[in-house]
Design a protein around this ligand. Structure first.
Ligand code: MN
Length: 353
C-alpha cells in the first residue's frame, strides 16, 4: 500500500491538513496509518477518491453528519442522497426568496393607476362529508379575512376553530403597507398559542391553516399544512400554496411522481402544521389583486378527491362565490367525500359606489 504524508495527501485532495485532522477526529476520514511515535498521519492513495468526495460535498455546504452518511453509501444511493439534500436547500432558499419578494414588493409598490376601489365578494362553507362522524375543518370568510383550517387529532375541531378565531382581529385592522408583515406575524403567533392551548402539549393535536388577508389592493397569504389556495385568473387555475407534506417533498426531491403520490399510503402525512409542541414557520406571500380574480381556499377534502381540471371547470362556470362553494362541495360529495370538505371562494370586484 502506497502511503502519502498528510501534506502530500492534502495537496492531492485539496482538503487542508487542519480539515483532515478534524475529519479524522470525526471519523469521517481516518488516516491509513498513524505513526505511534510521532503521531504523524499517513493516507493511502486509495483514500483520495473519498477525500475528494468529502471536499466537494463541503463546497456544496453539506453538514458533516450528512457527509458521513453519503460517504458510507454505494454511488447510486449516495447520488440519491445528494439530490435529496439539494432539494431541501432549494426549498429553504425558496422560503427566504418569498420573504425577500414580499419585502421588495412592499418597498416598490406603486399606487394603482386605476383609482377604482376594489373589494371582495365571498362565501365560506364547511361540510362533514359522507364518511367522517364529525367535522374538524373550519372555514371563514369576511370583508378582510379568508381562512380554511383542517384540524387533526382528538381535539381537531377545537384546534382548527381556535386557529381561525385567533385571526379574526385582522378583520378590524386597517393594514397599512408597512404593517402587513407584522400583522401576519402577530396573527400567526396568536394562532400558534391558541392551538397549543387546545392541544395541551400534545403533538397529535393540531391544524393546518391557509388564510388570505385583504389589504385593499393585495392579498397576503399565510400558509402551513396541506390545505390549499388557488387563483383563477383569465380562465387559468394557479395553485399559490405548496403542500407541507411528506409526499410533496418526495415529489420535489424526484423520488415520487405526482401520479404515484395520490395512491401513496402516507399521502396525508404533514411535515408542518400548527400543533401542540414544535413552533412552526408558515409560508408568507403577497399577491396583487386584479378585478375579476377569483380565489379558492380549500381543505384536502376537496383537492384530494376532485382533480384540478374539474375544479377549474366548476370554479370558472359558477356565477358567484356562493354558487361556486356549493357546486364544489356537491362535487366532492358526489365522489364519496371520505374527508371533511371546506371551501372559501372570494371574487375581487370593483366596489359599489
Ligand atoms: Mn382533511
Amino acid at each position: 500500500m502506497e502511503l502519502l504524508t498528510i501534506g502530500a495527501f492534502s495537496k492531492a485532495c485539496r482538503l487542508s491538513p487542519k480539515a483532515l485532522r478534524l475529519y479524522d477526529e470525526l471519523e469521517l476520514l481516518r488516516p491509513a496509518r498513524v505513526d505511534p511515535d510521532t503521531g504523524y498521519r499517513y493516507y493511502a492513495v486509495e483514500q483520495l477518491e473519498r477525500a475528494r468526495l468529502v471536499a466537494w460535498l463541503r463546497r456544496l455546504g453539506m453538514p458533516l453528519a450528512s457527509i458521513r452518511q453519503v460517504c458510507a453509501l454505494p454511488p447510486a444511493a449516495a447520488a440519491r442522497e445528494i439530490r435529496a439534500y439539494w432539494a431541501r436547500v432549494e426549498r429553504e432558499t425558496a422560503v427566504r426568496r418569498d420573504l425577500a419578494g414580499f419585502l421588495v414588493d412592499h418597498l416598490t409598490a406603486e399606487p394603482r393607476k386605476d383609482t377604482t376601489m376594489l373589494e371582495l365578494r365571498y362565501c365560506a362553507h364547511s361540510d362533514t362529508g359522507r364518511v367522517r362522524p364529525a367535522n374538524q375543518d373550519t372555514a371563514y370568510a369576511g370583508t378582510r379575512l379568508l381562512a380554511v383550517a383542517d384540524g387533526f387529532g382528538p381535539a381537531g375541531a377545537p384546534a382548527s376553530s381556535a386557529a381561525v378565531e385567533a385571526l379574526k382581529f385582522l378583520e378590524s385592522e386597517e393594514p397599512s403597507a408597512g404593517s402587513v408583515l407584522n400583522l401576519l406575524e402577530e396573527a400567526v403567533r396568536g394562532a400558534t398559542e391558541a392551538v397549543r392551548d387546545v392541544a395541551g402539549g400534545s403533538d397529535t393535536v393540531g391544524t393546518t391553516l391557509t388564510a388570505l388577508l385583504w389589504t385593499g389592493s393585495r392579498l397576503a397569504l399565510v400558509h402551513i399544512g396541506d390545505s390549499r389556495a388557488y387563483l383563477l385568473r383569465d380562465g387559468g387555475l394557479f395553485r399559490i400554496t405548496h403542500d407541507h407534506t411528506v409526499v410533496q417533498s418526495m415529489i420535489d426531491e424526484g423520488r415520487l411522481t405526482a401520479e404515484e403520490a395520490t395512491a401513496h399510503p402516507q399521502h396525508a402525512m404533514l411535515l408542518k402544521a400548527l400543533s401542540g409542541d414544535t413552533p412552526a414557520v408558515p409560508d408568507l406571500k403577497l399577491h396583487d389583486a386584479l378585478p375579476g380574480d377569483r380565489y379558492l381556499l380549500c381543505s384536502d377534502g376537496l383537492s384530494g378527491v376532485v382533480p384540478d381540471a374539474r375544479i377549474t371547470q366548476l370554479l370558472s362556470t359558477a356565477p358567484a362565490p356562493d354558487t361556486a362553494v356549493r357546486t364544489l362541495i356537491t362535487e366532492a360529495n358526489a365522489v364519496g367525500s371520505p374527508d371533511n370538505v371546506s371551501c372559501v371562494v372570494a371574487d375581487v370586484v370593483e366596489a359599489a359606489a
